[in-house]
Design a binder for this molecule. Structure first.
Ligand SMILES: [Zn+2]
Length: 325
């Protein structure tokens, strides 16, 4: 019957279009502008399930989507990272400090970012790596070769976990190698480069070797106490004790925001999507002279820490239940 043929053809065409639309949807990037909300939402799934959502995995590997123009956040602090992982350059006339090494395809472009901002990477005297996961430590070997004069610092446990994480990738497509331990930082230690004073805090939780750092950020001569929390997520939790350590670290950091003499007011995050940094930094562009600095937001930092703690308390219940089973 001839009338069924065009009908079938139409149905087949509709099915083909639907499949194509489905494929297009699956290939649509999470965001083309590094928006925080969709990235944070999928990282929450990753944290809760321990499984990387495929569209997040694709997004993280897309060099074009990960590109962020380096920018000046404060007079002496610059963002030189990519969309999903930060790297911060703290500058002084007598040498610079770099927080985190990025990884794989992003570490060498980070050095270009530093040059683009008018600085010489060879003036980096100190690299601090917050913890041993590939996205922060994976570029250490590339950096060490490029910056032979720089010292590299992690906590003792950070060095151990970085070596362990790297060893687990041997023979895999995502293989990376860790450098031999260099400087070991301990809680309260102050690393000095020129007039930069970087205070280390051992903040176990995200990993047990995670370090966070406090330092001064200047804005037109006004000093702000800035803080980089070394690890934010619950994606590498190995039991209730680790969640307990995470909560204790969050509470300790929160207390720093309420310090009577020199409170932390600014969170310069390791992951921009965690606190809307990508959006907030746009406010730097249209900023009027004398107006408040958009990244100085102690209440916003406290709210972020409170939200992280609430999530961790939920997780603690689940981890304790898992352990007692
Ligand atoms: Zn991590």
């Amino acid at each position: 019957m001839t009338f069924t043929t065009p009908l079938l053809r139409q149905l087949a065409l509709a099915a083909a279009l639907a499949t194509a639309a489905g494929q297009a949807a699956a290939q649509d990037p999470l965001t083309t502008r590094c928006e925080s909300a969709p990235i944070a939402a999928l990282f929450k799934v990753f944290g809760d399930t321990g499984r990387m959502p495929p569209d997040l995995g694709r997004f993280l590997q897309d060099a074009a989507l990960q590109k962020i123009e380096p920018y000046k956040a404060f007079d002496n602090v610059y963002y030189v990272g990519v969309c999903w992982v930060s790297a911060w350059l703290i500058t002084s006339p007598k040498g610079h400090v770099l927080i985190d090494a990025l990884y794989g395809p992003f570490t060498t472009p980070m050095l270009d970012n530093i040059r683009q901002l008018g600085f010489n990477p060879q003036d980096i005297r100190q690299v601090v790596i917050t913890h041993g996961h590939f996205d922060h430590a994976g570029g250490a070997a590339t950096l060490k070769a490029a910056l032979p004069q720089a010292r590299f610092a992690m906590t003792a446990e950070g060095w151990r976990e970085a070596a362990e994480a790297a060893a687990l990738t041997t023979g895999r497509p995502n293989q990376w190698a860790m450098i031999a331990p260099d400087m070991v930082v301990t809680d309260g230690q102050v690393l000095q480069v020129g007039d930069i004073r970087l205070q280390a805090f051992e903040t176990p939780g995200h990993t047990m070797g995670t370090a966070s750092y406090a330092f001064d950020a200047f804005d037109g001569g006004k000093r702000h106490r800035a803080f980089t929390v070394g690890g934010l997520g619950l994606n590498a939790i190995k039991g209730p004790e680790q969640v307990e350590a995470f909560i204790a670290s969050l509470q300790r950091i929160r207390a720093l925001t309420e310090d009577k003499t020199d409170p932390v007011t600014t969170h310069l995050t390791t992951h921009a999507f965690s606190n809307g940094l990508t959006e907030n930094k746009e406010l730097l562009k249209g900023r009027q002279p004398g107006s408040p600095h958009p990244l100085v937001d102690p209440q916003g930092f406290r709210s972020q820490l409170d939200a992280l703690q609430a999530g961790a308390e939920q997780r603690l219940v689940a981890e304790r239940a898992k352990k007692s089973n």
